[in-house]
Design a protein around this ligand. Structure first.
Ligand SMILES: Cc1cc2nc3c(=O)[nH]c(=O)nc-3n(C[C@H](O)[C@H](O)[C@H](O)COP(=O)(O)OP(=O)(O)OC[C@H]3O[C@@H](n4cnc5c(N)ncnc54)[C@H](O)[C@@H]3O)c2cc1C
Length: 472
């Protein structure tokens, strides 16, 4: 194993004091350029704030581009039948699904489709939106540019300048040495709550019973895929493929022959806007944390080991795949779950499954609890009642005790089960937009985010075409 072992005992040393370059002063600093950061930066800039977005990689998208998670999960209401409620991702009422997220997400989808970079949501796609990661990077950057957002790439947030629960600035490591960006309001969109944790916010990680998180996955993209040959196999074996996943009999045969050691129960694959490519999401690395560098290293190495075996399996067993080759694996392993902040409200699985409404709603979702077993095979899907959506309250974006910090994306305040729903990208974009709008309203009223009357945030969100359900 080429991975450096974790030291048995951590020896610590004190670092010399150092200076940093003050890179900028701004109204709103968004840390992280993934789905949440994209929504936050746009929401704040369109609300009239001077916005800087700082990102550790050299491109936008977060998991969408860095981990090749190239499909928005559905944000449409579902009309599933009981009989398929545990396995099917597809609404089954012949197209009567209704979107519950609009705003910048809808705009992004329209622009991606227009650029030939996405397949529009429909019953045929199960209301998911498969997209091209490279066009995604370009369209996101264009949209931020048009809104006047200033981007700083290749900066890793490593600490904060904090004064009595007020984050005066964020410290970044960079090739130019340490930098500080000072801001009136900071929005943590790192997915891992890095800024919130550095500022001393109380965070939780993992399930209540054992602290375990959902597995990480390395995604990869195969070229020279023969769509027609695979479609013919599915036609002949309808019991072996369910929308985006299946191949159970082949897995059994390959595992019995010692040719595969799949960590999940099925093969999961997503189409792309291009017919000869397919994305494979069938790797699982369990019992690893996205905030632990040794675990991340192990996950990358183990992910590539599993990818090698899967590629041989595809070529040998699966019709339509014998000419395929790996076009690309994710530049980074994908992290499903890490820190969650403790906010003014903790969203629960029950809230979601009962499609609960909140007076301070700032975003909505229909996506089920989609829990990948932290210990290995098995995926639990728990769905909302047909046609229903749940609300996400503004309080979930406000870390307890912090004055000028907002959080958006998968690390907002909720239980581990609830995260299994709100972690998907359309919802992260929506909570991002809401955090950005809240920050802009706070700036214009010269109030802290917590002091802003929620109606003002909702009004500004509605003006940006957000869907707030019964509060709309
Ligand atoms: C394997 C896998 C499959 C998934 N499948 C789907 C799917 O099919 N559809 C779907 O909709 N969702 C899916 N998801 C969920 C979804 O991708 C994530 O939950 C979502 O991307 C979270 O968005 P985010 O903006 O909160 O965080 P991220 O996407 O993780 O973005 C965080 C951004 O912050 C940056 N960052 C992190 N730390 C720092 C730091 N300290 N300093 C500076 N920058 C930093 C990162 O580089 C990144 O750009 C999947 C997730 C995984 C891992």
């Amino acid at each position: 194993m080429p991975a450096l072992a974790r030291p048995e005992h951590f020896r610590r040393i004190t670092l010399p004091p150092r200076e940093a370059i003050v890179a900028a002063d701004c109204d709103v600093l968004v840390v992280g350029g993934g789905p949440a950061g994209f929504g936050a930066a746009l929401g704040a800039a369109r609300g009239g704030a001077r916005v800087i977005l700082a990102e550790r990689y050299g491109f936008l998208g977060g998991n969408a581009t860095a981990a090749l998670v190239v499909a928005f999960m559905s944000y449409y209401t579902e009309h599933h039948t009981e009989e398929h409620s545990d396995i099917s991702l597809l609404p089954t009422d012949h197209g009567r699904g209704r979107p519950v997220i609009r705003g910048v997400l809808a705009e992004l989808v329209r622009k991606l489709v227009k650029a030939g970079g996405a397949v529009a949501p429909s019953l045929a796609t199960g209301f998911t939106v498969p997209f091209d990661a490279e066009i995604f990077k370009l369209v996101c950057e264009d949209m931020l540019h048009e809104a006047g957002v200033e981007i700083l790439f290749h900066v890793f947030a490593s600490g904060v300048l904090e004064n009595k629960k007020h984050v005066d600035g964020v410290i970044f490591e960079s090739k130019s040495g340490p930098l500080v960006v000072r801001a009136k309001i900071v929005i943590d969109c790192t997915g891992d709550g890095d800024v919130a944790a550095a500022a001393g916010s109380v965070c939780e990680t993992g399930r209540e019973e054992d602290g375990l998180v959902q597995p990480m996955s390395l995604l990869f993209r195969l070229g020279e895929y023969e769509k027609a040959a695979f479609a013919e196999y599915v036609k002949q074996h309808p019991d072996q493929w369910q929308g985006v996943h299946g191949l159970w009999a082949m897995i059994d045969r390959a595992e019995a022959a010692g040719e595969l050691d799949l960590q999940r129960e099925d093969i999961l694959m997503f189409r792309t806007p291009r017919d000869r490519e397919i994305y494979v999401n069938s790797i699982r690395v369990c019992r690893v944390l996205g905030t632990d560098v040794w675990d991340l290293t192990l996950a990358e190495v183990e992910g590539r080991r599993q990818m090698r075996r899967l590629v041989s399996f595809f070529k040998r067993y699966v019709p339509g795949f014998n000419q395929t080759y790996v076009l690309q694996s994710g530049p980074s392993v994908g992290v499903r779950e890490s820190r969650r902040i403790i906010g003014g409200y903790k969203l629960t699985a029950e809230d979601i499954l009962h499609a609960r409404e909140f007076k301070d709603v700032i975003a909505r979702s229909t996506y089920p609890l989609d829990i990948h077993n932290p210990k290995g095979k098995g995926t639990l899907m728990k769905r909302l009642p047909a046609g229903k959506a749940y609300d996400i309250p503004l309080r979930c974006l406000l870390p307890q005790g912090m004055k000028n910090l907002l959080v958006a994306g998968r690390c907002i305040s909720g239980s581990a089960d609830a995260l299994a729903s709100f972690r998907v990208m359309p919802v992260c974009i929506a909570t991002g937009q809401a955090a950005g709008v809240c920050a802009a309203v706070s700036r214009s009223l010269k109030l802290l985010p917590k002091q802003v009357p929620v109606e003002k945030v909702q009004k500004a969100l509605l003006a940006q075409d957000a869907d707030l359900g019964s509060q709309g």
